[in-house]
Design a protein around this ligand. Structure first.
Ligand code: NCD
Ligand code: ZN
Length: 399
C-alpha cells in the first residue's frame, strides 16, 4: 500500500509517498513512487492519548469501548491507553486479560490498558503501565514496581473536601493538595508520570524530582469561573483563568511534556444532579486534537510543538512505535485541511454521554484516518469498524 501527499516528516511538511508493509508499518518514504494513492490536505501522525476512561467493564451506560474508540478515531486519535477504574477495578492479571479480550473485539483504534496499582500487586508482570490513585491507596516504597511506566493521580485523601459549586471546588481540592502529593512522591526516589497537572507550581515540582507530566485540555481551555456548574466538575478541579494561561505557556515552552485528555464521560442525568452529588469528569477525546489544530492555524502553537505533545512524546514515554511518520513505525495517519474550521456541536460527536463543554469552540477535524495502513475514516465517514488492536507496552530494566 502506498499513499502520497503532504506529510509531516522530521519537523516539516514535505511532498512524499510512503509505502506500508503487510504488518501495517512504514517501510519506505520517498519523494515519489509508482502506484501511490493521493490523499488530500496535510498528513500527520495519529494522535496518542495516554489517559482515557472508556468505562468498560462496569459503566457501559456512560461510554463503552466501541463508542469511546469511535469518538477517538473521529477526533484524530489512533492510539489510546484506557484507565483501570472499572467495575471491578482492573488490579490483577486475570481481570486485565479478560478486559483485553472483551474490549479488543470492539476497538476502532489501537489501545493499551492500565493496571491499577495497589499495595498487593506491584509484582504483576504484564505488558501494561500502572495507574496509582494516591487518594485511594497509600503504597510503601518497597511495593512500588520498577522498570514500568506509572501514571499517578496526585491528590491526597487528607487534603480533599467537598463543595456545592464549581468555584468552591477549586478550594475544596486545592492546588496545594496536588503539590503535597507530588512532594510525597519525591521521597520515593523513583520516576513517575504525573497525570492531569493543574498548576504551574506542580510543574516546577515535577521538574525538581525528574518526573514527567501531562496536562488535560480542560485545564488549558476551561476555568473555574465559567458557567459550567457540575459539567465542569473534574478531579483535580478547574483552576483560575490565569492558571490555565500559565499552563498553556508551560506547554509551549516545553516544561509540560504532553497533553492527555482524561476523557471521563458521565451522563447528562448524572451531571444534572446537585453539584455535590454529580460525579467528576469531562468528555474530551474527540475534541482536543481538532481544537489544537485550530490553534496551530491561528499560530497560538507551532505545528512542530503540537505534534510533539499530541503524538511523538506520548508514544515515546510508553515506548511504543507510534506517533511518528518514520520507517519502522505503525502507519497511523490523519489527514486534515487547515481551511476546514468547524464549530463543535455535541450532537455531531460520537460520545454515548451526548454532551461536551466545548460547544462554543471551533476545531479542525480530520477528514481521513488511517490505522496501520488501512483507512478507517474517509470523507468524515467510518468505513472500517473494530480494526483496532491491543498494543503491548514494553517493560524496562528492573533496577
Ligand atoms: C475520573 C473518572 O470519572 O473516572 N474523574 C475525573 O474527574 N478525573 C476519576 C478520577 O480520576 O477521580
Ligand atoms: Zn483520569
Amino acid at each position: 500500500m502506498r499513499y502520497e501527499g503532504r506529510f509531516y516528516y522530521r519537523g516539516e511538511l514535505v511532498e512524499a509517498c510512503i509505502e506500508i508493509g503487510e504488518d501495517g508499518k512504514i517501510e519506505r518514504i520517498k519523494k515519489s513512487m509508482d502506484g501511490c494513492e493521493k490523499i488530500d490536505g496535510v498528513l500527520l501522525p495519529g494522535g496518542i492519548d495516554i489517559h482515557v476512561h472508556f468505562r468498560e467493564p462496569g459503566y457501559e451506560y456512560k461510554e463503552d469501548f466501541y463508542t469511546g474508540t469511535l469518538s477517538a478515531a473521529f477526533g484524530g486519535i489512533t492510539f489510546v491507553v484506557d484507565m483501570p477504574n472499572n467495575n471491578p477495578p482492573i488490579d490483577s492479571v486475570e481481570l486485565w486479560e479478560e478486559k483485553k479480550s472483551t474490549v479488543g473485539k470492539k476497538a476502532n483504534v489501537d489501545f493499551a490498558l492500565f493496571l491499577m496499582l495497589k499495595s498487593y500487586n506491584g509484582d504483576v508482570r504484564v505488558n501494561a503501565p500502572f495507574k496509582w490513585y494516591m487518594y485511594e491507596e497509600n503504597i510503601e516504597k518497597k511495593n512500588v514496581p520498577k522498570g514500568v511506566f506509572i501514571t499517578v493521580h496526585a491528590e491526597l485523601k487528607d487534603c480533599i473536601s467537598s463543595s456545592s459549586y464549581l468555584r468552591g471546588y477549586d478550594f475544596a481540592r486545592p492546588e496545594a493538595c496536588e503539590r503535597k502529593a507530588i512532594k510525597k512522591l519525591g521521597e520515593y526516589g523513583r520516576k513517575f508520570h504525573i497525570a492531569h497537572i493543574s498548576s504551574v507550581d506542580s510543574v516546577d515540582l515535577c521538574k525538581i524530582f525528574g518526573f514527567t507530566c501531562e496536562v488535560t485540555p480542560h485545564h488549558l481551555f476551561l476555568h473555574r469561573d465559567m458557567e459550567l456548574g457540575a459539567f465542569g466538575k473534574v478531579n483535580p478541579p478547574l483552576r483560575a483563568r490565569w492558571q490555565a494561561e500559565k499552563l498553556w505557556d508551560s506547554l509551549i515552552n516545553g516544561r509540560i511534556d504532553i497533553v492527555a485528555s482524561d476523557h471521563a464521560p458521565h451522563t447528562i442525568e448524572e451531571k444534572e444532579q446537585d453539584f455535590e452529588s454529580a460525579p467528576p469528569g469531562i468528555p474530551e477525546v474527540e475534541t482536543y486534537l481538532p481544537i489544537f489544530m485550530r490553534l496551530v492555524k491561528e499560530n497560538r502553537i507551532g505545528l512542530r510543538r503540537a505534534v510533539e505533545v499530541l503524538m511523538e512524546k506520548p508514544a515515546q514515554l510508553l515506548g511504543v512505535k507510534k506517533g511518528k511518520i518514520e520507517m519502522g513505525y505503525d502507519a497511523d495517519l490523519i489527514a486534515l485541511k487547515f481551511s476546514d474550521v468547524k464549530r463543535i456541536r455535541a450532537r455531531d460527536l460520537h460520545y454515548k454521554c451526548g454532551w461536551s463543554p466545548y460547544e462554543e469552540f471551533y476545531g479542525i477535524f480530520p477528514h481521513s484516518v488511517i490505522l496501520r495502513g488501512e483507512k478507517v475514516i474517509e470523507k468524515g465517514e467510518i468505513i472500517a469498524e473494530r480494526t483496532g488492536k491491543f498494543i503491548p507496552v514494553p517493560r524496562g530494566e528492573e533496577s
